[in-house]
Design a protein around this ligand. Structure first.
Ligand code: KG4
Ligand code: ZN
Length: 340
């Protein structure tokens, strides 16, 4: 029954979603293009753009959902982790709204929300698609994080592996920068990789023990390889762009899936999910499905709009928190750190 209005503002997307009984009624996302010219997200500009976007985005989400504010049962927002100025815009807005409407407030952890994007009900031809069964494993891959999470229930999860250095999204974006592509380079690598033939440049797979990841070695290998090749032929990158993108993408994907395979074998869990911005990558989605067929996993992939930052994932997490009576009070503050 609960109608939830959820806000996400942790990085450079301002988003608002409405859900009723865990079903997403609307999910409006305003992207901030201002950062492109700087080659990365500029925190202060992100905060300012959130301030400009938040009221129209909330209005549009209410309108699309066909909801009035008077029908809303709780206000949810991302409290951590992210850019502090960006988080403060969403959290102050959410707190003010909850206070003025005398509604309960729900604070949501961004990484937990990425995982729970897999629990958003979906329908194909009117039939609800199956959801993952607990316990499941989720490979959460975003611009700031790379984790394997073991989920016992919607609100009980544990990180069993994570990156020791760069996140998978950073590995995509930094590699793209080495190729001279604009920020964010992940989607561009994905696009060019589709045009490549089958031959690949050999970038190494790091040997990291356990379930942790490392991407800094691959990045260095790419840098040295490009320096060596462009010294011989300044047009090397341009001539080989598609093949370079495919080689980088294949290596990042294989690092991710080999660890996920190890985690599945160690835990005996067969319901596997992916989440986060990098789970929008077509190479990862395809390879994950193939691995699933090969190893007899049940695989779950959120639709694109629930992979990159969005408020629908905040709404579904808040839905479960509402059912559990897990509310925040007005003293709750935003935090840049993941441990908050
Ligand atoms: O989850 P997200 O939207 O924001 C964070 O919480 O960080 O993830 C953003 C990351 C960026 O690094 C972006 O380049 C990457 O996700 N990304 C992709 C693709 N779409 C987004 N990386 C590779 N292929 C894509 N199609
Ligand atoms: Zn994210």
């Amino acid at each position: 029954m609960p109608v939830i209005l959820a806000i996400e503002s942790s990085c450079d997307e301002t988003s608002c979603a409405l859900s009723r009984d865990g079903v997403i009624l609307s999910n409006i996302i305003a992207n901030q293009t201002i950062h492109e010219q700087y080659g990365g997200v500029v925190p202060e500009l992100a905060s300012r753009a959130h301030m400009q976007n938040i009221v129209p985005v909330v209005d549009a989400a209410l309108k699309k959902a066909g909801c009035e504010l008077s029908e809303v049962d709780a206000i949810a927002f991302t409290h951590a982790p992210g850019l502090i100025g960006a988080l403060l815009v969403g959290s102050q807005f959410a707190k003010s709204l909850a206070f003025s409407l005398d509604l309960p407030l729900i604070s949501v952890h961004h990484m937990q929300a990425h995982v729970l994007a897999n629990l958003i009900p979906r329908h194909t031809n009117g039939v609800q698609e199956p959801l993952p069964s607990f316990p499941f494993l989720c490979l959460t891959v975003s611009g700031g994080h790379t984790q394997i999470v073991r989920c016992e229930s919607p609100l009980r999860m544990q990180v069993i592996g994570e990156t020791l250095d760069d996140a998978a999204g950073e590995a995509f974006d930094k590699s793209a920068k080495l190729l001279g592509l604009p920020y964010p380079g992940g989607p561009l690598i994905d696009r060019y990789a589709r045009e490549a033939d089958a031959t690949r440049f050999p970038f190494p797979e790091p040997q990291i023990p356990g379930l942790n990841f490392s991407f800094s070695g691959v990045k260095t290998a790419i840098l040295y390889f490009l320096q060596e090749q462009t010294a011989k032929d300044p047009g090397f990158i341009e001539k080989n762009l598609a093949r370079l993108c495919a080689s980088i993408q294949d290596r990042i994907v294989s690092i991710l899936l080999n660890k996920l395979k190890k985690a599945a074998a160690q835990t005996g869990i067969r319901d596997l999910c992916i989440a986060g911005g990098v789970s929008a990558n077509s190479g990862l989605r395809k390879a994950f499905q193939e691995k699933g067929r090969e190893l007899n996993w049940k695989v779950f992939i959120p639709p694109f709009e629930y992979c990159t930052d969005n408020a629908a994932m905040i709404a579904i997490t808040a839905h479960y928190k509402f059912l559990a009576g897990d509310f925040a009070d007005l003293s709750v503050s935003a935090s840049a750190r993941p441990s908050a």
